[in-house]
Design a protein around this ligand. Structure first.
Ligand code: PMP
Length: 462
């Protein structure tokens, strides 16, 4: 592949890509016109494209490249494992050393009573597993009517049939007649767009009480679980008001309903703790993980199971008919071990907590004064900038979403990957980002906002 990138010019690579490659989440008509951006190399927080242009990966790939790109230790660990045992499964009472070592490592990193992992290859598979696992759990407990899972509108839980159904993206539901039955969506805690006249704290309580209302309406005896991301990522880095999670916990405290944290983004350090559940004191029954577990070097995910659920699953006398060919793949496990070892040896989570996240928050605070910015919020190394026409109100631009796309394109021209979720600009850099790199990022975002403003004026949009 690197041979291809050295010998073919960018337009030839784009033409070849267009001939044979259907991309995820892509309008292929417009992609074919514009041509794909071809990335050929990664090094720390930087990417290089096929024209030799350096671009800062402000999104850590897809929120997953915790330790940055190009760490050869991981390549070496994977190669060594592949020479020893490239593949064997974990079905039929079988296991292997890398998956044993990884499971112990994760149990030690996780908060105290999470000691068991079920392995998958992606966040979507993790959430498919969650859906089947919680329904199986209630069957074992003799409560087979407890099948409904409550989730939130605008949540993202993956792209498989269960993942899309659990998620709350209406445009995704519209394709493929989803959601499947037994999933109930409630409002999200998105104060900036939906808070109305309430203060963030009042709104946090009100949003959490949507859960209570849904439980009371549907009936506790029919509800299996409530599932949520600690902070909604793909929905637009929606950081819930501080009152939200405590109220959710109060609501669930005396109800027989499982709580599931989708930590596919917040797991493995992004919020300055190993798990986002610790940051918000969520104490879920199941935690879905993926992404940062391997820093994206190979695909792997899992469901981390609280002892109180594991105890039930381990004493059923029956079999959970669920699993994947690649559950606990040895090479992926070796990549995860090497990644987590680097994170521990180099104090990556402490770096987020003590250095990178405070620097990131300071940078966002300085951007908040910009005339285009209605709110600039961060938690850990997740950040969102709300672009609005009038910073004194939370009203949106006409054609909600267009301004974000304009801003994102300008950001690419300046060598910074920012993601646009409608008119929210998202940053989620590798956890190893240094103060100097943060300074460059902040200066670049400032320029990008200025140019976005000028471009909107040129187009009579502002
Ligand atoms: N859950 C969350 C919170 C996610 O952000 C994602 C991916 N963005 C997923 C699940 C799905 O993960 P994957 O793309 O690995 O299937």
């Amino acid at each position: 592949m690197s041979e291809l990138s050295n010998t073919y010019p960018t337009d030839a690579l784009q033409a070849l890509d267009a001939s044979h490659h259907l991309h995820p989440f892509t309008d292929h008509g417009s992609l074919r016109q514009e041509g794909s951006r071809v990335i050929v190399k990664g090094d720390g927080v930087w990417l290089t494209d096929s024209d030799g242009k350096r671009i800062m990966d402000g999104m850590a790939g897809l929120w997953n490249v915790q330790i940055g790109h190009g760490r050869t230790e991981i390549a070496d660990a994977v190669a060594a494992q592949m020479r020893e045992l490239s593949y064997y499964n974990t079905f039929f009472k079988t296991t292997h050393p890398p998956v044993i070592a990884l499971s112990e490592m994760i149990a030690k990193l996780a908060p105290d009573p999470y000691n068991q992992m079920f392995y998958v290859s992606s966040g979507s598979e993790a959430n498919d597993t969650v859906l089947r696992l919680v329904r199986y759990f209630w069957d074992i407990k003799g409560k087979p009517n407890k099948k409904t899972i409550i989730t939130r509108w605008n949540a993202y839980h993956g792209s498989t049939v269960a993942g899309t159904s659990l998620g709350g993206m209406k445009a995704m539901h519209a394709q493929g007649d989803l959601p499947i039955p037994g999933i109930h969506h409630i409002d999200q805690p998105y104060w900036f767009d939906e808070g109305g006249d309430m203060s963030p704290d009042e709104f946090g309580i009100a949003a959490a009480r949507k859960l209570e209302e849904a439980i009371d309406r549907i009936g506790e005896d029919k509800i299996a679980a409530f599932m949520a991301e600690p902070i909604q990522g793909a929905g637009g880095v929606i950081i819930p008001p501080e009152t939200y999670w405590p109220e959710v916990k109060r609501i669930l405290a005396d109800r027989d309903i499982l709580l599931i944290a989708d930590e596919v983004i917040s797991g493995f350090g992004r919020l300055g703790e190993w798990f986002g559940s610790t940051v918000y004191n969520i104490e879920p029954d199941l935690i879905a993980v993926a992404k940062g577990m391997t820093s994206g070097y190979l695909p792997m995910g899992g469901v981390l199971v609280h002892d109180r659920v594991a105890d039930v699953l381990e004493h059923t006398g029956s079999e959970f008919f669920h699993g994947y060919t690649y559950s606990g793949h040895p090479a992926c496990a070796a990549a995860a071990i090497a990644n987590l070892q680097i994170m521990q040896d180099e104090g990556v989570v402490e770096h987020v907590r003590d250095v990178a996240a405070p620097g990131f928050a300071k940078m966002f605070a300085s951007l908040a004064d910009h005339p285009l910015v209605g709110e600039a919020r961060t938690k850990g190394l997740l950040g969102a900038i709300e672009l609005v026409p009038n910073k004194d109100s939370r009203d949106r631009f006409a054609n909600y979403g267009d301004v974000g796309t304009i801003c994102r394109d300008i950001s690419f021209q300046h060598g910074l990957v920012m993601r646009a979720v409608r008119d929210s600009m998202i940053l989620s850099p590798p956890l190893v980002i240094t103060p100097d790199e943060l300074e460059w990022m902040g200066a670049t975002v400032g320029k990008v906002l200025d140019e976005t403003g000028a471009e909107l004026k040129r187009r009579n949009l502002w």
